[in-house]
Design a protein. Sequence first.
Length: 526
Amino acid sequence: MAPAHDPAPAPPEPPAPPDGSPLLTMTGITKSFPGVRALDGVDLDVLPGEVHCLLGQNGAGKSTLIKVLAGAHRPDAGEITWRGKTVQLTSPTAAMTLGIATIYQELDLVTGLSVTENVHLGHELATAGFVRSGAARTRTAALLARLGHSEIDPDTLVHDLSAAGRQIVSMARALSHDVRLIVMDEPSAVLDPDEVDNLFRTVADLTADGVAVVYISHRLEEIRRIGDRVTVLKDGRAAARGLPAHDTPTREIVALMTGRNVEYVFPERSAPQPGAPGAPAVEPVLKVEGLARDGEFAPVDFELRPGEIVGLAGLVGSGRSEILETVFGARKPTAGRVLVDGRPLRPGSVPAAVRAGLGLAPEERKAQGLLMLESVIRNVSVSSLARFSRGGWLDRGGERSAAHRSTRELSLRPDDPSVRVRTLSGGNQQKVVLARWLLRGCKVLLLDEPTRGVDVGARAELYALIRRLADDGVAVLLVSSEVPEVLGLADRVLVLREGRVVHTAPAEELDEHRVLDLVMEGSPSS
């Protein structure tokens, strides 16, 4: 289903800026990818020395916009003005040369190199072809001192630094160029409260020197502490520009974030749901009791019955994926246990989980879930190869027939199991992962961001497929960054905030505003 592009009301006009022209102006920025328009005429202006916060749900266009600003994407239309002059950001090098640096959430540091080597990577200090290591170290120490972190040794390997230390190294690398604007993408996602305070002090020092910061975060309390103005993106458009960060009510920001142009079509739930009043008594197939991992998520308890879909809603870094991976045995818990049909699973053992009937469709399906250069047949059969083994030989005919039956049940396109997985669309790649567990006959299906990278038209197919699997008795534990997806698919929802379950309720008792309020401002409750 293609995104609808109904005429949207004009966003509120920003307040009059203080004296001085904007450092950066982006006007009418448009960017399309196959099947989706990621940016649809976005405007953004950033003033010297301000912290301009960029808000929006996953898929709103934030990442695409900052990649255009970083020179990683070329816009299809629109104009970028830097210090009053129209510019073309044709590459990350071109952006950096102008003075624009981007620090992504996944830091692009070389952990096997020292702090100094990372700071000067790609623009080493050299004379007559010889690297001036002493000068580079001295300059790195000065940059770290400017950032208020002279305790970091320039000779330390980045591998040995904390998450906060690595962010400081990324900032020092940006400042090793003549930057006037730094883009920070979810910089506090992996930091503890003390480290966040240090980050904010560093940002305040930078802006006092006239450096502008574009700050991306889902945490509204951070926006109020650090921000000057806010731009809200929704479905690739600017829903609001230049709102005052300190005075705009949470409810207003949440309302701006939650309107949608994309129509989500979810299959009807069969009623009554397992575990609901009036439903036949069904024993849980999965029990999670006091499961925890230090530094990732606090003890969590829940049950999952055959045919039930339970959703985990929360922001990036809230512990959603970590819970799924711990249940599946890919991470070893520091406390608690997982039971399938009343029998405890061996902690931290994926083979034990698979033997017990668990299957995982991971968030990074290309890197973690699929053999991209192999055929659909081998990707589907890889978890069930023992059943096709005959006297030490592989029954390839049986393997092909079984894989083809599974993919046909899921309407895989093209209907040819011999093709390589890398040639398939995102939606069909996800079907291959599901077909694997369908062939295996799993009882519990763990889905982490099942529609990430899937075009809008293929989503309805996947939604119907997930509901059909549940109707056939498979228990589903679902993680998604898109709140409407969780509410539309799940029977019951656990809302997570910073590693804790802050609310549990039937999906029909929640709406998008309530969930966003809980994940941004909520406090633990039952």
